[in-house]
Design a protein around this ligand. Structure first.
Ligand SMILES: NC(=O)c1ccc[n+]([C@@H]2O[C@H](COP(=O)([O-])OP(=O)(O)OC[C@H]3O[C@@H](n4cnc5c(N)ncnc54)[C@H](O)[C@@H]3O)[C@@H](O)[C@H]2O)c1
Ligand SMILES: O=P(O)(O)OC[C@H](O)CO
Length: 333
């Protein structure tokens, strides 16, 4: 089978390396200079310098060439590029099934990825055959073939199961799911809680505080997922709790690093420049807080992260103190 991986950041490159263990892969990179660099050096020096690209992964900056002969496309741009990539895919290969692997919520339209896909898809075409690929997965570990388990969710469970069978590997285990909303909310919101965990760790709040943040963070995520039509049980699985544990505790998380740097008092713009990669938790925090207000849901951790990110003059300690000063209550999911 031939796969087109659209997006050559850390995650697109890692997925191309992993998928090439079972399939032929073409990796599309929107920047021609970067495509040339990867082709010549067989390594994505900017986004995943640690792992060489197998010889049989073809790299191109030509979108139609990436899709020629493909049986499936994996869209692995940041969320901000999803709509444009889907629209281009619809023009080039309107019948090609695809998966998106970006995590986040659009802060302007307050839209989850599946809605961005639907809105970018031309009404004149049949609905796309598509789903989301998500779950606890640091790019570097997947590229190094360390054991990883992911969720492939689509409204049509049979379709999801079919693609799980095609893509599954012993060290890249895929689980089929039919709760797209739950899977997407889990993948988006864990980044917000990871920023909070980074701040708490950066301030030396301790391991008890981190465990509390993870648990109460999961309660906030589940509340939002429920309001948007997702199922609780999904949030207890890989796409929810699994990804939350990884991102709040793993040193490789970019979102957690945003929190660690914020704890030192660095301004957000400087943090993002230093990071050099997308941190989806930043725009998603805006979206989460707006959605919580719209649906009347309590999300105190997300609110605190919002203040930390977008009120630059506030000391991180003051925001944490305000979070801790909330009135006692029943522990509710
Ligand atoms: N890195 C990981 O471990 C990981 C794991 C799972 C999911 N994800 C998700 O995958 C998505 C991509 O993350 P990443 O780690 O690859 O990011 P990255 O910062 O490493 O790279 C981003 C890449 O996307 C390209 N890009 C930016 N805007 C684009 C657009 N409009 N169209 C096409 N390409 C565009 C950039 O040139 C760059 O190559 C994010 O939503 C992220 O949350 C990342
Ligand atoms: O590095 P982060 O924080 O973007 O997280 C990467 C993946 O989403 C972890 O599953």
């Amino acid at each position: 089978m031939q796969l087109a991986v659209l997006g050559a950041g850390a995650w697109g490159t890692a997925l191309a390396i992993a998928m090439a263990r079972r399939h032929r892969v073409r990796l599309w990179c929107r920047d021609p200079a970067q495509a040339q660099q990867i082709t010549h050096e067989r390594c994505n020096r900017r986004y995943l310098p640690e792992v060489p690209l197998p010889e049989d992964v073809a790299v191109t900056a030509d979108f139609p060439e990436a899709l020629a002969g493909a049986d499936l496309a994996l869209i692995v741009t940041p969320l901000a590029g999803l709509g444009a990539t889907v629209a281009a895919l619809a023009r080039e290969r309107p019948n090609l099934p695809f998966l998106w692997a970006c995590k986040g919520i659009d802060p302007e339209r307050l839209a989850l990825p599946h809605r961005i896909v639907t809105e970018a898809w031309p009404e004149t075409l049949l609905p796309p055959r598509a789903g989301v690929l998500t779950g606890p997965s640091f790019a570097l570990e997947v590229a190094r073939n360390l054991p990883t388990a992911l969720v492939l969710a689509a409204a049509d469970a049979h379709w999801a199961k079919h693609w799980v069978e095609q893509l599954h590997q012993p060290r890249l285990r895929l689980y089929a799911h039919d709760d797209v909303v739950g899977a997407e909310v889990g993948g988006a919101l864990k980044n917000v809680i990871a920023i909070a965990a980074g701040v708490a760790d950066g301030l030396g709040c301790g391991l008890n505080a981190r465990a509390a943040l993870i648990t109460r963070g999961l309660a906030e995520i589940a509340r939002l997922a429920r309001a948007l039509g997702g199922r609780d049980e999904t949030l207890m699985g890989l796409a929810g709790m699994g990804d939350l544990i990884l991102t709040t505790t793993g040193q490789l998380s970019r979102n957690r690093r945003v929190g660690l740097m914020r704890a030192t008092g660095k301004p957000l713009a400087e943090i993002l420049t230093e990071l050099g990669h997308v941190a989806e938790g930043v725009p998603t925090t805006r979206a989460a807080v707006a959605l919580a207000r719209r649906h009347g849901i309590e999300m105190p951790i997300a609110e605190a992260v919002h203040r930390l990110l977008f009120e630059p003059d506030l000391a991180a300690e003051a925001v944490v103190e305000a979070l801790l000063a909330r009135d006692p209550k029943f522990e509710r999911p």
